[in-house]
Design a protein around this ligand. Structure first.
Ligand SMILES: [Zn+2]
Length: 84
């Protein structure tokens, strides 16, 4: 992967750039970024969660539907906000 500071090549596992010494983003941070920084992905996760919670709700599992509803709304809002 390339260094975010000097944009030169480094090993995938490098924690620090061997050219300029800048710290490389951690793998987990990059994974989180790819999940949360992608509006289409966030939107589809949100909508999927909302559908799932609707399903739970109509099956009488109101309290089990609360958590996916909140998460779904958060993801949908995030996705909509990032699209602007
Ligand atoms: Zn660098």
């Amino acid at each position: 992967m390339n260094c975010p500071t000097c944009n030169r090549k480094n090993r995938k596992t490098a924690t620090q750039c061997r050219h300029c010494g800048a710290l490389m983003p951690r793998r987990s941070a990059r994974l989180l970024d790819s999940m949360t920084m992608n509006p289409a992905m966030a939107l589809s996760i949100g909508i999927a969660l909302l559908c799932f919670s609707t399903l739970l709700f109509f099956n009488g599992l109101f309290w089990f539907a609360v958590l996916p509803t909140l998460c779904g709304l958060a993801f949908t809002a995030l996705g909509l906000k990032m699209r602007d």
